[in-house]
Design a protein around this ligand. Structure first.
Ligand code: GLU
Length: 480
């Protein structure tokens, strides 16, 4: 057994599918708590319930944790002194501890068959009646020798209270009458989740257990096992669930996105991890954007929340935009490439240049379509867009000066355009702003564009700009 010198936390998911956001947050806090205290963070796979096992889930969990930067020190694929780190590979361990607990009075053999248990339940019993607790050792030995099937049950005291201190919720007191003599070892010799979890936490030297509040009420039973076996209890931090809305928990089963889904949508992993950290924890200075190192510097149990947190996608997008702004031009381009590829109309455009225009304006890569859709939808745009009261422009003015603008464009490169159009404003005695408004609307047909008039001209390229202006002039001369 390791000694309690350093903090050892673990993340103990069941391999039932993708790692959901709540799980990832538990892992993150367990990681932060360990690392902050110079401790060790462990990944253990809890697969005692083989029926819920999903092929590939273990790999997915390992991959996701690493991708999120939660590098565990010990785990199924990285090994460690206290392995194996997958419960199904530890089967041999559990029975001997259950037998030890029986010897110490904390558990007993139970031979009641399902008919008796069903009848008890039908007759209104809410828990097992301890009938087999009174069997003598000789009787038990004989029945086991005869090959009678049995389970091992926990022997919960019938009276008194059991208490423990949760580092977040404070003292939790439970009346032993409320607890059931649950099964620790099933008739096939396999441990139940409740038992395996305790044995493994002990054998792996876990001294701080961080998990969801759904375990707040099972923990007294676990503590009685620690006490019964003469082991020191770990510390506990139970975390409130993350909610989709006021009533419903966030869950993959209900179609809520998980880490991989967010990555696929173009969220950056640092932004996801940063956002998840805020779902149940707020640093003292209320900082919101934090790198992993900053989180490590300031993480503390005192900032954890005792109430539910609601997943706010708008806030995550906002954070994502902050992280996107910080990417190098190259990395932003790489992030955008698959999203550009989906938009056929972008073929032939200078996408590196487009990237420089949109990097500071985008929350999510998929928004690119709404930012540059004008490239595709210019035809038949609403000519009322020429109206701008501040610049004193309207359709009439546009009709009048677009032929001059076209001449200037033809005589310019996309780099001298700004200067030449400004000069044209002087010549026509109208505001520079008016010229650029009319020019930008004329070539984009869009009120909102990811850049000014000459940037949009550069993106479209001289040929398209000339073509669009020529078409517009033709339209206007037919109409007038
Ligand atoms: N295997 C449990 C789960 O996935 C973990 C419970 C615990 O952390 O103790 O919910």
């Amino acid at each position: 057994m390791p000694t309690k010198k350093t903090i050892r936390t673990r993340f103990a998911p069941s391999p039932t599918g993708y790692l959901h956001i709540g799980g990832l947050r538990t892992a993150l806090y367990a990681y932060l708590y360990a690392k902050k205290n110079g401790g060790t963070f462990i990944l253990r796979i809890e697969d005692t319930d083989q029926e819920r096992y999903v092929e590939g889930a273990v790999d997915m969990i390992c991959r996701t944790l690493k991708e999120a930067g939660l590098n565990y020190d010990e785990g199924p694929d990285v090994g460690g002194k206290y392995g194996p780190y997958v419960q199904s590979e530890r089967k041999a361990e559990y029975l001997k501890y259950a037998k030890d607990l029986v010897k110490k009075g904390g558990a007993y053999y139970c031979f009641c068959d399902s008919d008796r248990l069903d009848k008890m339940r039908k007759d209104g019993a809410t828990k097992y009646d301890k009938q087999c607790l009174s069997l003598s050792v000789a009787e038990v030995t004989k029945r086991i020798k005869n090959g009678e099937p049995y389970v091992i049950r926990q022997n919960i005291p019938t009276e008194g209270e059991t208490r423990y201190t949760d580092l977040l919720f404070g003292e939790i007191v439970v009346d032993c009458k409320e607890l059931e003599d649950g099964v620790l070892i099933k008739s096939d010799g396999m441990p139940t989740y409740n038992f395996a979890n305790v044995i493994d936490d002990y054998l792996m030297g876990i001294n701080c257990v961080i998990r969801g509040t759904e375990y707040l009420s099972s923990t007294p039973k676990y503590n009685l096992m620690y006490d019964g076996l003469g082991w020191e209890r770990p510390e506990y931090i139970h975390l409130q669930p993350i909610m989709r809305d006021a009533q419903n928990k966030l869950s993959k089963r209900h179609g809520d996105a998980c880490f991989e889904d967010f990555i696929a949508k173009g969220y950056l992993k640092d932004a996801i991890v940063n956002y998840i950290a805020l779902l149940g924890w707020s640093p003292k200075d209320n900082r919101e954007k934090m790198t992993m190192q900053e989180m490590l510097d300031i993480f503390g149990v005192d900032g954890l929340s005792k109430s539910n947190s609601i997943f706010d996608i708008a806030k995550m997008r906002w954070l994502n935009a902050l992280y996107i702004k910080e990417l190098s031009a190259d990395n932003f381009y790489k992030l955008m490439k698959p999203h550009y590829a989906k938009l056929k109309y972008l073929k032939g455009y200078d996408l590196k240049y487009l990237s420089t225009l949109i990097q500071g304006r985008i929350e999510l890569p998929s928004e690119v379509d709404s930012l540059v859709g004008f490239i595709n939808e210019w035809q038949d745009f609403d000519k009322e867009l020429f109206v701008n009261q501040k610049q004193k422009t309207d359709r009439e003015l546009a009709t009048k000066i677009l032929p001059d603008i076209l001449k200037v464009v033809k005589a310019s490169t996309m780099d001298t355009l700004y200067e030449n159009l400004s000069a044209l404003a002087g010549k026509l005695e109208i505001k520079v702003g008016a010229i650029f408004w009319i020019f930008r609307i004329a070539i984009t047909g869009s009120l909102v564009t990811p850049g000014g008039a000459t940037e949009m001209a550069k993106l479209l390229g001289k040929e398209r700009v000339v073509e669009r202006l020529t078409m517009l002039n033709a339209q206007f001369s037919v109409l007038n």
